[in-house]
Ligand binder design. Structure first.
Ligand code: NAP
Length: 308
């Protein structure tokens, strides 16, 4: 027997939780399905200082706990560990299948964010959890007074590298070019930090070690020269990608898999709206996810009321 809610939000990060708050306040019967636990990507962020209202900054985990508490205060129905495997349409209803249940909804908001990309080089899979991590907030403490490397040149690499510098003895930042993609304020802090050393124009080509990672083989992108860098741990921040195969052909995507929406966050299928990092957009931050969540909820509310 399918479980019916007027609106179903897929994804419990900042976009999904904001959408939940707005829908519940609008009197829409909404359910949020989260494949793991609430919070989304910010939970893996040590310190957020560009979310308005927190001039001293706040840990990503705490900020998301506040979002979740806010959504629960408005009685949003939430089911964690519910991974949506397939969405289809039957007349004017959407059918959502998770590994346990079948749900029906009049409209949905997709707020599934992105997943960390792997580099895809030899040794990566073997050393995950044995010195290779994708989350400094989760695993940084294991590297107290040790030497670690961060791979990537974006906001995540530099920001998490700065956090790691509070714990580790040394943080190498390995970047394949000679200038960073990260925001200027983060770059300036990192360049000033005595524990951080930048290895420019270096591409990791293999992770090596016995039971634990011990070194990275680096290739110089200008000269082709290979060097070995001895390290105790590696944090990979080479971007992230959306995983929206469960939507089949109900939405259009760009070449990287991000969902295309119009300015009101609608997709080509009436009743499916999209919010947050999973959508094709220029700026992926908590503040923009919140704006998306609010707009998607208001648009879905309008859609549902038209068909009530
Ligand atoms: P990103 O901005 O896509 O940066 C990924 C980095 O990894 C780039 O520097 C890229 O190099 C490098 N890279 C990609 N593939 C690689 C490979 N195979 N080998 C080596 N290096 C590789 O990803 P992100 O830093 O995870 O950030 C994702 C989104 O979240 C961004 O929109 C970002 O602004 C946002 N974010 C914001 C904050 C904040 O505002 N505080 C914090 C974290 C994330 P190239 O530069 O050469 O392409």
């Amino acid at each position: 027997m399918a479980i019916f809610h007027e609106a179903i939000i897929i994804g419990g990060g900042p976009a999904g939780l904001t959408a939940g708050i707005y829908l519940m306040r609008a009197g829409i019967d909404a359910l949020l399905l989260e494949k793991v636990i609430l919070g989304g990507a910010p939970v893996n962020t040590w310190h957020i200082e560009n979310y308005p209202g927190f001039p001293e900054g706040i840990s990503g985990r705490e900020l998301m706990e506040r979002f979740a508490a806010h959504a629960k205060a408005f009685n949003l129905n939430i089911k964690e560990f519910a991974r949506v495997e397939e969405v289809s349409q039957n007349g004017n209803k959407f059918i959502l299948k998770t590994d346990e249940d079948i749900y029906e909804a009049k409209g949905i908001i997709v707020a599934t964010g992105t997943e960390s990309s792997k580099i895809g080089i030899p040794g990566e899979d073997r050393f995950i959890g044995r010195g290779i991590s994708y989350c400094a907030t989760c695993d940084g403490m294991f590297f107290k007074n040790l030497e670690v490397a961060v791979i990537g040149g974006g906001d995540a690499a530099v920001e998490e590298g700065l956090s790691l510098a509070n714990i580790a003895k040394k943080v190498y930042v390995i970047h394949r070019r000679d200038n960073l993609r990260a925001q200027k304020i983060l770059q300036e802090r990192a360049f000033k930090n005595p524990k951080m050393e930048f290895l420019w124009n270096k591409r990791p080509i293999e992770f090596q070690g016995k039971d634990q990672i011990e070194s990275i083989v680096l290739e110089d992108t200008k000269t082709g020269e290979h060097t070995d860098l001895k390290i105790d741990g590696v944090f990979v921040y080479v971007g992230s990608r959306p995983d929206v195969g469960f939507l089949g052909n109900l939405v259009d995507k760009d070449e990287a898999g991000f969902i295309l929406t119009d300015e009101n966050l609608a997709t080509k299928t009436k009743g499916i709206f999209v919010a947050g990092d999973v959508r094709k957009k220029r700026l992926r931050q908590v503040s923009t996810a919140v704006g998306d969540g609010a707009l998607a909820a208001v648009e879905l509310e309008r859609f549902i009321l038209e068909t009530r």
